[in-house]
Design a protein around this ligand. Structure first.
Ligand SMILES: Nc1ncnc2c1ncn2[C@@H]1O[C@H](COP(=O)(O)OP(=O)(O)OP(=O)(O)O)[C@@H](O)[C@H]1O
Ligand SMILES: [Mg+2]
Length: 308
């Protein structure tokens, strides 16, 4: 028997407004997030990330489709959201209270106050030294850390984080990234996080979905999406001679204008030397090794092209 996924999203859509003001923010999104993974939800501004997350948390009603968390419908079996901690865009705190006080108030509201846990969380998110100060004086990054601590207060099995590293400096991002990873690796939590910072996601997520204009355009393990993406593209003349020369060392394919070589960036100097030695003129050698970022951009552009 396969394990019930942490999140199952079926044919989820959300349309805002009517008539000419109609915006299809989310279109027939279907996703399954296994337990214990860090799952990235990637997309440019306005792609529909926050809207999807709000429907996952039953903060807004879907136009169509549904969301199940640990096998339960969030709309019909709202209780399941007790197993979820979340940061959603624009989470607010009491500005005149300290960070610690805010967490204590939240914990008390949830009938679950354990002062030791509040302190441990403040420590874990790197806010212990500022916990006694009013939230009013916090930077964006500090508020983000406090948000993460708040999301973890009830020791949830699933964390849903909308842009959790927004406003953090590179060091802070690294820290939070490691923290998120350890929540999954050492504590078996499932984390669903949205981001448009792809370098980030590439480093922390097991699996990603790319959303653009409300639609999922790619989904898969980060490693699979990027697999086989290390290539060199060569423009040279005469092309067939270049293909013959390089064919002795690497797998080569030609589209009549350039060659695609199964070689890495590190091979480039060697490759160029071989061609020049054989009297081939080299115009361009481009490394096609993609980061998730390049992959993402190429996917988004491809989709835009398809619409034109
Ligand atoms: N309450 C609303 N009323 C009308 N339109 C909305 C509403 N909420 C979101 N939208 C629209 O839905 C689309 C998706 O917005 P959403 O906030 O989900 O994007 P996002 O992927 O979270 O973007 P960002 O990276 O900027 O946070 C946008 O076109 C947005 O303008
Ligand atoms: Mg958003």
């Amino acid at each position: 028997m396969t394990e019930t996924p942490a999140i199952r999203i079926d044919n989820l859509s959300k349309t805002f407004g009517r008539r000419r003001k109609r915006i299809e923010a989310v279109k027939r999104v279907t996703l399954e997030i296994p337990v214990g993974q860090v799952y990235g939800f990637l997309g440019p501004n306005g792609a529909g990330k926050t809207t999807t997350i709000r429907m996952m948390l039953d903060l807004i009603r879907p136009t169509e489709g549904d969301v199940r968390i640990f096998g339960r419908h969030v709309r019909r079996e709202h209780d399941v959201l007790r197993r979820v901690g979340a940061i959603v865009e624009g989470a607010t705190f009491y500005n005149f209270l300290s960070g610690r006080r805010n967490l204590e108030v939240l914990a008390r509201t949830a009938n679950d106050l354990n002062p030791k846990r509040v302190d441990a969380l403040l420590e874990q998110v790197g806010l212990a030294h500022r916990a006694g100060q009013r939230v009013k004086g916090y930077s964006t990054g500090m508020k983000q850390r406090l948000g993460l601590a708040a999301a973890l207060l009830s020791d949830p099995d699933l964390l849903i984080l909308d842009e959790p590293t927004n406003g953090l400096d590179p060091e802070g991002m690294h820290e939070i990234r490691q923290f998120i990873r350890s929540l999954a690796d050492d504590h078996g939590k499932t984390i669903f996080l949205s981001s448009h910072l792809l370098g980030e996601v590439e480093q922390v997520c097991d699996r990603v979905a790319i959303i653009n204009l409300g639609e999922i355009v790619r989904e898969g393990m980060v490693s699979d999406l990027l697999e086989g993406k290390a290539r060199l593209r060569v423009e040279a003349s005469p092309l067939d001679r270049a293909a013959a020369v390089l064919g002795e060392y690497w797998a080569v394919s030609s589209n009549g204008q350039w060659l695609t070589i199964d070689a890495t960036r590190e091979d480039a100097p060697h490759l160029v030397r071989r061609l020049v030695e054989q009297g081939v003129d080299v115009y361009q050698v481009v490394s096609q090794r993609q980061s998730l970022e390049e992959f993402f951009l190429s996917v988004v552009r491809e989709e835009a092209g398809r619409r034109d």
